[in-house]
Design a protein around this ligand. Structure first.
Ligand SMILES: [Zn+2]
Ligand SMILES: [Zn+2]
Length: 771
């Protein structure tokens, strides 16, 4: 008989709230091993004892088949003396050792639960709240750690005997699943139409579906807040929703019950399909299908469609199971709010704030503790000509399904809070080698978002137990987020970080760079406060975490009147024409779009500099080219002009010519002069070249510019970092990556946090601790 062996196994990573301890228990029990599992500061500590061969099997299972939601970063093993004993124990979650365990994000309904929901013989047939250790709400229902039912919004629901049996049975899929419940003991659905009374129980869903089918607008309680839903194929309903939300032309996302329905409305390739069906179930931006039966008003003039799969059991019931009256197969699903406000997540708030937006409310009594918007991801082809199949996921908004998964830092930092920026605010905390980014909080331009920020930072600190000793903010003196930090500093240092430096540092951090090497960073975006008080956004920075040198910049043009020039791309076009010495002739689309009075005032502003700020923004240059090409003169949402230009340019297959920027190397920083580009766009436009071709040539020009500057500064760094909101542009990213790689550069781009301002908190954490 072989000698018994006892092994201590330390597992680091995300192992709490993901069914990890039950998995270990079940695994050990099935192999006849005794021992225990408990959480500790950095993960889980397992002790297993028994036959050495079985222990090896145990380790293999742990390595190769961990629970689907666990993120195992490392496994360490040590032999310890056997102590005998029988059985296997799960130690209670305890923070008495001051330890840190990691909370899990919310997870879409798993395939097992979906099968049970559709199975008439299952006791949870048609249950709207079915979940198990592999799926269900987490982040949005956990008030504090330890993650036990008592600290979640499931606390008021006492388990029935049957659920309690599953919860305590190590062999059950619901063993220690905190939100476990059934029709007998869980939350209940309610429905209200107009100002009428509440309907409880079985009637709620058919009535909600009928409302949608009849063209009404339904408020639906989801995981991280209320959605507003309507039939995506009903032009009238979608237009009405747009009107009520005061939404302009900003695209709506749609929800479908399954992949075949997604494929019927969009060109869904294999990587996008995987992402759509992943446990995160983000909104995936995919090219709209040619014959998609989708109302025009869903995403006017947008080449892409934001699609997501039903991700809660309530969603699948809303679409209907076999035997139900048919409802709309594709639903608009947009966050339940008025344009710009934070998403509604409490029932009272939904009834009040959405009273003029919704015709009916599908609600339930499981509370949402913190709001969490849907995440948005797009798939970008990054392979060169030899490997067109290589793709990457580019996060556009990292929120539900991802927050609060930690991001490993390349170096240790003291307890820190990074506040992020004012647009697309996302904050972060860090301690040691972990950073936690919050969910998407939004644009900090109203009181409601500020209070959402406050709630989010408190919740994130609670879940991570980080007590920040340092605060890091953007250098913009007028940011509301910065003001929040100063108000709440309580004597702690508040460090400032330049906006584009933070962008570049964020990509470096994602790629595990420890800061010992510099990168050549291209930070292209709409706006960020520069060290000379100008509006930066077309920057080439030689950077590490400690500092940066501005090697090159887009030549300044005057931004006249601030936001008004952002909303009216024709004004940026006129500024670029003026700067390039090109007359404002009435045949040019942006000149024709600008009223004569406005032209007079604008010209005076440009000539005197009154009311103007110099800007090197690449985002604004995209706006100007979009206007010059006749694509868009006024925008109703951020980056609309650039998005429509990209959409057209993607259709201009075959044209391989490019415009070219002038580069003035006599100055420091080097000046990138768009004059020849603007001149060429005007020439092409006058010659009747299509906007699609103009757009394609402009995208190539920007990609070529990056390559040219990278080649010139090859001695400074071989590592090229691309960041800033402009790199959400899939065409530009694809062209730039391709050309850089063809020239032998190592290129780093965003894969875990967005290139837009939703990612800068990560960069702030590192720069703020390296100054
Ligand atoms: Zn499940
Ligand atoms: Zn029950």
């Amino acid at each position: 008989m072989t000698a018994r062996r006892r092994l201590r196994v330390c597992v680091h990573g995300v192992v709490q709230g993901v069914g990890f301890r039950p998995f270990i228990y079940a695994c050990a029990a099935s192999l006849g091993l005794t021992g225990s599992v408990r959480n500790d500061t950095s993960g889980a500590i397992i002790e297993v004892e028994g036959d050495p061969a079985e222990i090896n099997h145990f380790l293999a299972r742990l390595r190769d088949h961990p629970p689907p939601l666990a993120v195992i970063e490392s496994i360490e093993t040590h032999d310890i003396p056997p102590i005998g004993g029988t059985g296997f124990t799960i130690a209670d979650t305890s923070r008495s050792d001051g330890g840190r365990t990691l909370a899990s994000p919310d997870v879409a309904m798993c395939a097992d639960c979906e099968a049970e929901q559709r199975d008439p013989s299952n006791r949870r047939y048609r249950h709207a709240f079915i979940n198990c250790t592999n799926c269900g709400p987490r982040f949005t229902i956990i008030g504090s750690l330890p993650y036990d039912r008592a600290t979640t919004t499931m606390a008021p629901f006492a388990m029935c005997a049957e659920c309690a049996r599953e919860y305590t049975d190590p062999a059950d899929r619901r063993f220690h699943a905190q939100p476990v419940c059934c029709q007998n003991c869980g939350p209940a659905l309610r429905y209200r139409e107009g100002a009428g009374g509440m309907t409880d129980g079985d009637d709620a869903l058919p009535r909600a579906r009928r409302l949608l089918r009849d063209g009404g607008i339904l408020a639906v309680k989801g995981i991280g807040g209320y959605h507003l839903a309507c039939d995506a194929n009903d032009e009238h309903a979608v237009t009405e929703l747009r009107r009520r939300k005061r939404r302009g032309d900003k695209p709506f996302a749609v929800m479908v019950p399954d992949l075949p329905t997604a494929r019927a409305i969009a060109d869904v390739d294999a990587p996008s399909a995987r992402l759509l069906a992943s446990p995160q179930r983000p909104i995936v931006l995919v090219p709209r299908g040619r014959d998609a039966r989708i109302a025009v008003a869903v995403a006017p003039r947008n080449p892409d469609l934001g699609v997501m799969l039903a991700y809660t059991p309530l969603h699948t019931l809303l679409f209907g199971l076999p035997g139900d009256d048919a409802g709309p197969p594709v639903l608009v699903m947009t966050s339940g709010n008025l344009g710009g406000e934070p998403i509604c997540f409490t029932d009272d708030d939904a009834l009040e704030r959405l009273s003029h937006l919704a015709d009916g409310w599908l609600m339930h009594d499981r509370d949402i503790l913190v709001p969490c918007d849907d995440s948005v991801v797009r798939v970008v082809c990054v392979g060169g000509a030899d490997n067109q199949n290589e793709v990457m996921e580019l996060p556009i908004r990292r929120s539900r399904g991802y927050a609060p998964l930690p991001i490993a830092l390349p170096m240790s930092v003291p307890p820190t809070m990074a506040i992020g920026a004012d647009l697309k605010n996302t904050m972060a905390v860090a301690d040691g080698k972990y950073a936690w980014l919050s969910q998407h909080i939004g644009d900090m331009d109203d009181l409601a978002t500020l209070s959402a920020f406050d709630a989010a930072q408190r919740h994130l600190r609670e879940l991570t137990a980080v007590e920040p000793e340092v605060l890091v903010v953007d250098a913009h003196p007028l940011y509301r987020s910065t003001a929040w930090a100063h108000r709440n500093a309580a004597g702690r240092p508040v460090r400032t970080v330049q906006h584009h430096h933070a962008h570049i540092a964020a990509v470096m951090a994602e790629h595990g760079m420890d800061g010992s090497q510099q990168v050549l960073g291209f930070a292209f975006d709409g706006t960020g406060y520069g060290s000379d008080a100008a509006v930066w956004g077309g920057e080439v920075l030689l950077a590490n975490y400690k500092g940066y040198q501005r090697l090159a910049q887009l030549k300044y043009v005057p931004l006249a009147g601030g936001d008004i020039s952002v909303l009216r791309p024709y004004r940026m076009a006129l500024a670029h024409l003026w700067s390039a010495g090109i007359a404002w002739d009435a045949d040019l689309p942006p000149v024709a779009a600008c009223p004569a009075d406005e032209q007079r005032v604008l010209r005076r502003q440009l000539e005197t500099g009154v009311g103007c700020v110099p800007t090197s923004s690449m985002g604004r240059l995209f706006d100007a080219v979009s206007a010059l090409g006749g694509v868009r003169q006024l925008v109703a949402y951020e980056a609309q002009a650039a998005i429509e230009l990209e959409g057209l340019a993607r259709g201009a297959d075959g044209d391989t010519s490019s415009y070219a920027f002038d580069i003035d190397r006599s100055t420091d920083p080097v000046l990138i002069d768009p004059t020849p580009v603007v001149r060429a766009v005007v020439g092409d436009q006058r010659a009747g070249v299509s906007a699609a071709v103009i757009g394609a040539r402009f995208h190539c020009a920007v990609a070529d510019l990056v390559v040219e500057l990278a080649c010139e500064d090859r001695d400074a760094s071989q590592i090229i970092a691309l960041s800033g909101g402009v790199f959400q542009n899939a065409l530009l990213l694809h062209l730039t990556l391709n050309r850089l790689q063809a020239n032998g550069f190592h290129v780093i781009t965003h894969r875990r946090v967005p290139p837009n301002d939703g990612g800068i908190a990560l960069g702030q954490l590192l720069v703020g601790n390296c100054g």
